[in-house]
Structures are given as C-alpha cells and as structure tokens.
Ligand binder design. Structure first.
Ligand SMILES: C=CC(=O)SCCNC(=O)CCNC(=O)[C@H](O)C(C)(C)COP(=O)(O)OP(=O)(O)OC[C@H]1O[C@@H](n2cnc3c(N)ncnc32)[C@H](O)[C@@H]1OP(=O)(O)O
Ligand SMILES: NC(=O)C1=CN([C@@H]2O[C@H](COP(=O)(O)OP(=O)(O)OC[C@H]3O[C@@H](n4cnc5c(N)ncnc54)[C@H](O)[C@@H]3O)[C@@H](O)[C@H]2O)C=CC1
Length: 319
C-alpha cells in the first residue's frame, strides 16, 4: 500500500490529504502522476457547491500526465508515459491533483513523440480545445490560402493563447486577438496575435453589423458571441467552446439566414480518440506558451486567484 498526497473536495472545500492507492477510483491503469495543470474548469470545480463535480468526495484536476505503474490493459505497460484529459477526471473519478491516479485505459493516450510530461500539461485541456476548434473551422472550409481574418477570444488565457500559436504554425497570418484592457495589447502580440480588437469595439445589440471576420475561436460565449455573430463575413464560421463571458446567447436568426454563418460547438471532454490524436499531433509541434510551475500545496492560492489574475498557463508538479 502506498501513501500519497491528493487535493480533495468534500463539497464545501478542498484540502490536501494523505490517502492510499486503495482509496483510488476504479480503472485498468495505475498512474504515477508527474504533472497536472489549471484550467478554467478546475477553478470552477474548486468553488463550494459547484455544478462541475458529480460525486463527492472528489480529487480535483481535469488533466494529468505521468507514468504507468501497473496496467491491466494490453495497450499499456509499466513504464509507459501517458496523458489524460477530460472524460470524468476530477468530476466523477479521481483527477490529476494527486501523486497517483487510477483511470480507465480508454482515457489514456501515449505521450506524443517529442513531447515531455511537463509540456503535455502546459497545453492540457486548453490546448486540446484550441486544436479541436481549429480543426472544426478547417473542416468548415478555413484554409491558409484564403488568408482569412480570424478572431480569437480569451487570448491571454489557455485556449486563446494556444489557438494563436496553432494558427501561426498552420500558416494563418491574420490573427486578431480580443483584449479587455490596453495593457493586454502587447501581451497578446507576444503570444502570437498580429492585430488586436478591444472587446467593446464590437457593435452591441444589432441583428447585423459591418462584416469584419471570416472565422472566430470563441472561448467567451455570452454577450461576446451575441455581438460577434452579426460581425462575421458571409459564409463565416465561429467555433464556440467556452463561457468565460457568460452562458446566455441573446441572438437573432439573421447572421445564419442572411449570411450563411455557422456556429460550431466544440467539446474536448468527450472528444473521440481520433480527434484527440490529430489535435495532440499539432500540439506536439508547438513551443510551450508562457507558464508558471506550482506544487500541490500552492493550489488553494492559485485556484482562488484564477478568475482575477493568472499566468497564461499553470502547471502543477507532483514532486
Ligand atoms: C473543459 C470543459 C469546460 O471548461 S466547459 C465549462 C465548464 N462547465 C461545465 O462543465 C458544466 C457543468 N454543468 C453545469 O453547469 C450544469 O450541469 C448545466 C448548466 C450544464 C445543466 O444544469 P441543469 O441544472 O439544467 O441540469 P443537470 O445538472 O441536472 O444536468 C442535466 C443533464 O445534463 C447532464 N450534464 C450535466 N453536466 C454535464 C457535462 N458537463 N457534460 C455532459 N453532460 C452533462 C446531466 O448528467 C444530465 O443528464 P441526465 O441524462 O439527465 O443525467
Ligand atoms: N468546450 C470545452 O471542452 C472546453 C471549454 N473551455 C472553456 O473555455 C473558456 C476558456 O478556458 P481557459 O482558456 O482554460 O480559461 P482561462 O482562464 O485560461 O482564460 C480565460 C480567458 O477569458 C478572458 N475572460 C474572462 N472573463 C472574460 C469576460 N467576462 N469577458 C471577456 N474575456 C474574459 C480572460 O481574460 C482570459 O483571456 C472557459 O469558459 C472554459 O470553461 C475550456 C476548455 C475546454
């Protein structure tokens, strides 16, 4: 029996506790976790009485990377390096904020070649989601040859910043980042934006506005999406993946029926394996975005701060 540290939510609060491998969830793979990370969803899950966690007590952390200690599945063997994101991690089954985790083999992916366990968590669910958004837009017709104007929301955060990097790598040269404050302009240019748009520059409350953007990656939702859709160019598409700015969508039908705009939903949590593999292959070609590294003991402060100020990405080291 192995004693180790895990960050566990009891419904009211989350604390660092000592548990054993006997306390872990069911699954074919026992993983010695090397790294996890902080996503927007982790910060939501840290709140008391949140709607993210489906079963208490729960070890938090929707992502993990690590090494297989024991496997009851022929696809994996002791010593393999893997990553896992989404599915039930930190929601219905023990997650990545622990030194060990037990997970179903179907949730694990071999670490892509040329990627370290640390880099995998610099990208994590945020990177996977960014890549899925871009793949969805390319499926909808987006190509570098069109030189499309692509708007990226939430660019100082995980999904948006990694989307900027992926777009640059894929040859898209017109990358416009949405900023909330003037001091974010230089930050998002350093992260890969070629131009910026202030959040309040999009006309509000209009059925249709001047056509400005061909494609958009939207981790914000809410009033942002409502004002974005009327500003999309004919045949444009928006990949909607988040709700950082809100969950309600006051809309008219006109962008859809008069400009042929597509609103594409993107989910990373239950994305099929083939889509994940394609996404991680693209992520493996990127340089890491800026990140801070913290320990399990630093989680309460970092999760508390997440909605007010945080580095682009945070990696959580288990050692
Ligand atoms: C990495 C991803 C992200 O960051 S996404 C943003 C994070 N947000 C969430 O994960 C959403 C968490 N869930 C909620 O906020 C709420 O459950 C809700 C607003 C989505 C719905 O709330 P409501 O009170 O209307 O319904 P229920 O909670 O009773 O759920 C109804 C039905 O939906 C299923 N469901 C709930 N959450 C999820 C989820 N995250 N993914 C997929 N399905 C979900 C739930 O099981 C219920 O289905 P049923 O078949 O009736 O059991
Ligand atoms: N569909 C999916 O599978 C996934 C969805 N998401 C969602 O995407 C969103 C972004 O996630 P992360 O990049 O991890 O978050 P993050 O916290 O790293 O970044 C959030 C970004 O949104 C901006 N922002 C926050 N509130 C805002 C507001 N009111 N108006 C305008 N901008 C605002 C921040 O400045 C930052 O740039 C979240 O809503 C998250 O739940 C994230 C990953 C997976």
């Amino acid at each position: 029996m192995q004693f180790f540290q895990a960050f566990i939510h009891d419904g009211q609060k989350a604390t660092l506790q000592t548990i054993t491998t006997d306390d872990l969830s069911a699954g074919e793979l026992l993983i010695r976790v090397a790294y996890s990370d902080i996503n927007y969803k982790d910060a939501l899950a840290y709140q008391p009485h949140n709607q993210i966690i489906r079963q208490y007590p729960q070890t938090l952390g929707i992502d993990l990377s690590g090494t297989v200690v024991a496997s009851q599945d022929p696809q994996f063997k002791k010593g393999d390096q893997i990553l896992a994101t989404g599915h039930g991690l930190g929601v219905s089954q023990g997650g990545g904020y622990a030194q060990y985790a037990r997970i179903p083999a179907s949730w694990a992916m071999p670490l892509p070649p040329n990627m370290t366990l640390e880099t995998a968590m610099v990208f994590g669910t945020a990177g996977l989601t960014a890549a899925l958004c871009i793949n969805a837009l390319m499926q909808a017709g987006m190509t570098p040859e069109q030189n499309p104007k692509i708007l990226v929301g939430g660019a100082t955060g995980g999904v948006g910043s990694i989307a900027l990097q992926l777009l640059e790598n894929a040859g898209f040269s017109n990358r416009i980042a949405v900023v909330r404050t003037p001091d974010q302009q230089q930050q998002v240019r350093d992260l890969g934006a070629t131009a910026t748009l202030a959040l309040d520059e999009l006309p509000k409350g209009k059925a249709l506005s001047r056509q400005q953007f061909d494609y958009a990656i939207d981790p914000l939702g809410g009033s942002f999406t409502s004002s974005l859709l009327p500003s999309m160019r004919y045949n444009g598409a928006v990949a909607l993946c988040g709700n950082a700015a809100g969950t309600s969508l006051p809309l008219t039908v006109f962008p859809f029926i008069l400009r042929n705009i597509s609103l594409l939903g993107v989910d990373s949590v239950s994305a099929p394996t083939a889509q994940r593999q394609k996404a991680w292959t693209a992520l493996a070609k990127l340089k890491p975005v800026p990140f801070q590294k913290i320990s399990l003991a630093d989680l309460p402060q970092a999760l508390n701060d997440h909605f007010t100020h945080h580095p682009v990405r945070t990696v959580v080291s288990m050692t």
